[in-house]
Design a protein around this ligand. Structure first.
Ligand code: GBH
Length: 518
């Protein structure tokens, strides 16, 4: 859609802009890491097998009305039993890295070290890690991908209580000690912004707390930052010299543009949105150690209407959080336009001071929030470089969803379009903007349990038949396509993959492009 800006100039976010949208052939730096990702609750199943404790997602998905169609992760992709097959799928794709998460209650059933270790759970991860290494695949391990032990939620409200910092620290230390001889890449948390807001403010994710104010999610964020820093410092002082690995955190950042770039109020609204959604966790760790001004302002505002305790960081805490990551883990999917919305500062929060929309011509995935805007990734990478001290960046998730349709869509052209255009933006960011992107991870290896959406949204490079007790996996065309990109380390001139990309490039970029599985 073309819009007229305040100054009368005409711009279009969706229309093709050659300088922005042209294909750039080329290869990635030597040693660039190509990976795929999954998470324990989304793929493992075995929810009450071999001594595993319950997680808040077991309880949440068993509560009627919380997950679409009543889907649960009880069996999921059955990767608890089928992990060897998963490793073979990756081997067939030529993958040398795999990002997965540990289920905390599978290892410590009641969440605590004192409560005892579940040896069967430890054995499972040892078998998975060894199977990966035997097949030439290096593990990248997320310690916390949302499946909190239910016992800790019942005991003290999980992330609402600072007591969890020590329990998380015991768990992280146990994982470094037990698996760190073979695991050299760690992520302390996956997307704290998402589980803190969805879990404790809107309630759309476990544990389903609906605190209309921002207080509970701010409290969650405060606790998580402390837990993260404590785990990183322990690795740094106790394990690094023995194990030689890296520890980071994965944050979810979208890109934002002002809806009308000539309207100063929209430009400011976009800045607020970036501060609250992108900088909330990034700034304390990768920036100057404090919260961004908009978050500070919200805290001040909340303090003026209620008693708020324990939401300050001391200078000592700030300096322990600052710099507590060996790299920046980035989950990125999409972009939004931001417009200003006037609010009454006495009754409304900063979250209500702007409105986010997609541009009408952006192609949409099955997920209602996911629009293909490949150039947003390049702009975001530059933002991270400039704002957060030019860190090494590992893209730990990026991907596209299709629907749960019959017959299944194995010729997933829209997913291939998404991957090739986004991956090419990473190449541009490295070569033209000098961003230190060291790796790229496709979400996901398999169709899996998509949280509150159950199995209705499919992000996999492999199709999984959830109606079959054996959960058979079938590669989609995107699996072959991604493996060709990996084999070529990008898009070298004259390679078959490059010619294929050139052939379909313009078709992929057409507004509302390919609708293969919608
Ligand atoms: C990631 O979550 C998760 O790490 C992964 O487990 C999940 O399966 C994957 O992505 C796919 O969803 O309307 O722009 O405000 C991303 C979860 C989904 C949370 C979109 C925020 C609203 C985005 N995000 N959601 S927006």
């Amino acid at each position: 859609m073309m819009s007229t800006t305040a100054s009368g100039a005409v711009y279009a976010y969706g229309a093709c802009d050659p300088a922005r949208d042209d294909f750039r052939p080329g290869t990635f730096p030597d040693g660039f890491i190509w990976s795929t990702a999954t998470a324990s609750y989304q793929i493992e199943g075995g929810w009450n097998t071999d001594g595993k404790g319950q997680s808040i997602w077991d309880v949440f998905s068993h509560t009627p009305g919380k997950v679409q169609r009543g889907d649960t992760g009880d069996v999921a992709c059955d990767s608890y039993n089928k992990y060897r097959e998963d490793v073979q799928l990756m081997k067939a794709m030529g993958l040398k890295h795999y990002r997965f998460s540990l289920s905390w209650p599978r290892i410590f059933p009641d969440g605590t070290l004192a409560g005892g270790v579940n040896q069967d759970g430890v054995d499972y991860y040892n078998k998975l890690i060894n199977e990966l290494i035997t097949n030439g695949i290096a593990p990248i391990v997320t310690l916390y991908h949302w499946d909190l032990p239910q016992a800790l939620h019942e005991k003290y409200g999980g992330w609402m209580d600072e007591a969890i910092v020590d329990d998380y620290h015991n768990y992280a230390t146990f994982a470094f000690q037990t698996f760190g001889d073979r695991v050299k890449f760690w992520l302390t948390f996956n997307e704290p912004m998402v589980f803190c807001t969805h879990g404790y403010m809107t309630g759309e994710h476990a544990p389903g707390i609906q605190d209309g104010t921002m207080v509970s999610s701010l409290r969650c964020g405060h606790t998580v930052l402390k837990a993260h820093a404590k785990a990183w410092h322990t690795y740094n002082t106790t394990f690094r010299h023995l194990q030689g690995g890296k520890v980071g955190i994965t944050l979810n950042l979208s890109w934002k543009e002002p809806r009308d770039p000539d309207l100063p109020t929209d430009v400011e609204a976009r800045d607020r949105a970036l501060q609250i959604f992108n900088d909330w966790f990034a700034q304390p760790i990768f920036g100057d150690g404090g919260f961004p001004p908009v978050v500070e302002e919200s805290l001040r505002q909340l303090r003026s209407v209620m008693k708020l305790e324990g939401l300050e960081f001391s200078d000592e805490e700030k300096s322990s959080i600052r710099g507590s990551a060996d790299f920046f883990g980035l989950n990125h999917y999409t972009t939004r336009l931001v417009a200003n919305k006037p609010i009454d500062i006495k009754t409304q929060t900063v979250l209500e001071s702007f409105e986010e929309t997609p541009a009408p011509e952006w192609p949409r995935a099955q997920s209602d929030w996911l629009f293909a805007v490949q150039w947003g990734l390049r702009r975001l990478l530059t933002y991270i470089k400039e704002k957060f001290g030019d860190p090494e960046v590992y893209i730990t998730e990026n991907g596209w969803s299709g629907g749960d349709v019959q017959p299944p869509v194995l010729e997933d052209t829209s997913r291939m379009c998404y991957y090739m255009t986004y991956i090419d933006e990473v190449l541009k960011a490295i070569e033209e903007d000098g961003v230190k992107v060291r790796g790229y991870t496709a979400w996901s290896l398999l169709d899996n349990f998509e949280w509150a959406k159950g199995y209705t949204e499919r992000f996999g490079l492999h199709y999984v038949d959830f109606t079959d007790p054996h959960r058979p996996r079938t590669p989609k065309q995107s699996a072959k396509f991604y493996s060709d990109i990996i084999a070529n380390n990008g898009f070298p001139e004259e390679a078959a993959i490059t010619n294929m990309v050139k052939d379909i490039w313009m078709k992929c970029l057409a507004p509302k492009a390919v609708k293969d599985e919608l």
